[in-house]
Design a protein. Structure first.
Lengths: 122, 237
């Protein structure tokens, strides 16, 4: 993602420039890319097993995956708490869920620019 | 973020295998929830302690692991995981989807084969004729080769696709989810167009963005569904 970001910088990408003008420095964007990767590789998949839903599986009936991995209400509760804390830490990032799931750096910058444009319109 | 890492570090310190397993379990939950709309969903084959023993590899004997009974007055089905399917296309083609819905009482074969574990372990499989729908879970961003690769799984594991008349049809109010590729990552516009084209051309779903979404197969966009030809003829659906 960082290589793509540098390329966009070199090309003077208009949406990147818009984000820069709104205070999104190179350092801030680098951190955002890191958080994007963390979310997609780690927290998102973990949290997907813990969402609130109907049924006994994973609650009254724990799921044993292999010898050591147990999916039960306690694990789900911890994961939901971690997910909520992570999203809370990003409360001042516009449209954080969409930025965290952007597949590539230019998608992330595009979505960020769109959010910034929308907040200007409000 | 430092506070987050301090408070929750132990939660996300997991191996790659555990992370992938979590996504698979998320898909499993979504599928059982989907079926709960039209079936009574009951876990079977629990351990003595009342736990669901999730089969994680095709080398395990499915008979020793838990599965989910899908019960309705119009017939029952079985939702299982990591069961090897031997293709109707050729006896030497067999693959193992992450999740599979089978007709009730699907015969589980076990063979000792010289070309498998030197004949020391049984080769477990069901026939593709027993398959209603096979589903695959991928905790990654979608890309064209992944999407098209799923077509191979669909074609090799669903005998009804090649039957005349087929045992299952696409039906808007069908009770079964059509063969689906569950993808955790979000898709770019060009890939969303490709997904729409694949779904228009083949009896499949490609469901993306599951890492961040509500992870429910109910209530969102209309997904492709299947129903048994027999029930459709009876006008029961």
């Amino acid at each position: 993602m960082l290589r793509e970001l540098r390329f966009m910088e070199d090309k003077g990408d208009s949406r990147l420039m818009l984000a820069r003008a709104a205070g999104w420095t190179s350092k801030r964007l680098t951190v955002l890319c890191g958080l994007n990767s963390f979310y997609q590789l780690v927290l998102g998949p973990l949290a997907s097993s813990a969402r609130d839903r109907y049924g006994v599986l994973g609650r009254e009936v724990p799921i044993l995956y292999g010898e050591s991995l147990r999916f039960d209400e306690r694990r789900s509760s911890e994961l939901r708490g971690a997910h909520a804390a992570f999203m809370s830490a990003l409360h001042d990032v516009p449209d954080a869920p969409r930025l965290l799931t952007a597949p590539h750096a230019n998608d992330l910058v595009y979505r960020l620019a769109k959010s910034l444009e929308r907040s200007d319109d409000v | 973020m430092q506070n987050f890492a301090k408070a929750h570090g132990i939660v996300f310190r997991q191996s790659a295998r555990q992370v992938a397993a979590s996504f698979e379990i998320g898909c499993f939950h979504a599928l059982t929830e989907f079926y709960s709309d039209n079936f009574t969903v009951t876990p079977e084959g629990l351990s003595r302690a009342g736990e669901y023993k999730y089969l994680t590899t095709p080398s395990g004997n499915p008979a020793n692991y838990s599965w989910v009974r899908l019960q309705s007055q119009d017939g029952n089905y079985e939702l299982r995981q990591q069961v090897r399917i031997c293709s109707h296309l050729h006896g030497d083609i067999s693959i193992t989807p992450d999740l599979v819905v089978l007709v009730e009482g699907a015969h589980l074969h076990h063979q000792k084969r010289k070309d498998y574990a030197s004949g020391k372990r049984a080769f477990f499989f069901v026939d593709s004729a027993s398959v209603v729908a096979a589903h695959e879970c991928k905790s990654m961003s979608p890309f064209p080769e992944l999407l098209v690769g799923f077509l191979g799984m669909m074609m090799t594991t669903h005998a009804w696709l090649d039957e005349q008349p087929p045992a299952f049809h696409l039906e808007g109010h069908g009770r079964h989810l059509a063969p689906s590729l569950f993808v955790g990552g979000d898709a770019r516009g060009i890939h969303l167009k490709m997904i729409a084209a694949l779904e228009e051309t083949f009896p499949i779903n490609v469901i993306v963005g599951l890492h961040a979404g509500p992870f429910s197969l109910l209530g969102g966009r209309a997904l492709r569904r299947l129903e048994s030809a027999q029930l459709l003829e009876q006008g029961a659906v």
